[in-house]
Design a protein around this ligand. Structure first.
Ligand SMILES: [Zn+2]
Length: 228
């Protein structure tokens, strides 16, 4: 098994995804590349695009009950849900981790058990705000790049004890950033004014973040979730 940790370094590819077939949907053009470029077992690369199917929604998030994290993740879900025009994504915090689609824990991620993401990503990376950091691990297996095995695992690591003002803001900001990865933004924006910038400094999704996630839910994905 190999985990792909969404990291800082990416290869930028041209956005070639087709527009949504729904003629009433807006055509988004102010977007960054959200897709994950992953090395294939047979050589070469796959460019992976993911969205949660309607049949999997609301997506179930289990969150470690510490540092007010369940409320922070709920707010992050509310923020992302609020950017959609047509409720394309819905998520909810659940109490039972055994049925969750996404697991959010406090701490650093375990070392990758398999092949790291080649030359593209460090073993650990993601959001590096001053007082905390986060990572999102995707279980995508060599030779089976079309499947995302659940649960998705998110790690948010405070530097201190989560009680300083800066740290609380950082946990909120990082929660929004990592939840953004879990709903389909599998890459980083190159622009610091976006919440999905690799080292985020803004506290909320920008117009470009909004248009990017809208676009994701109006193109055909090539990765589907697989229940555990
Ligand atoms: Zn990130």
């Amino acid at each position: 098994m190999r985990r792909l940790t969404i990291g800082l370094a990416t290869i930028l590819a041209a956005v070639t995804a087709a527009a949504c077939s729904d003629i009433s949907s807006p055509i988004r053009s102010n977007v960054y590349d959200w897709r994950l470029v992953a090395p294939k077992q047979t050589g070469g690369f796959d460019t992976l695009s993911f969205q949660w199917p309607a049949s999997n929604q609301p997506v179930r998030y289990w969150v470690a009950d510490t540092l007010d994290m369940p409320a922070r993740v709920q707010r992050a879900l509310d923020v992302w849900q609020g950017v959609f025009l047509y409720r394309e994504f819905r998520g909810t915090v659940v109490a039972d981790s055994s049925t969750a689609d996404v697991i959010v824990r406090i701490g650093s991620p375990p070392a990758s058990p398999g092949v790291p993401l080649g030359a593209f990503a460090p073993a650990f990376a993601a959001a590096f705000a001053p007082d905390c950091r986060g990572a999102t691990d995707l279980d995508i297996r060599p030779g089976d790049e079309g499947h995302l095995f659940l649960p998705v695992r998110v790690y948010i690591e405070p530097k201190f004890d989560g009680t300083t003002a800066g740290e609380s803001d950082c946990l909120d900001l990082t929660s929004i950033h990592e939840i953004g990865h879990t709903i389909g933004i599998w890459n980083h924006s190159p622009d610091p004014s976006d919440i999905m910038y690799g080292d985020p400094i803004v506290s909320a999704p920008s117009e470009r973040d909004r248009e990017t996630i809208e676009r994701i839910y109006h193109v055909t994905p090539n990765v589907v979730p697989v229940a555990r």
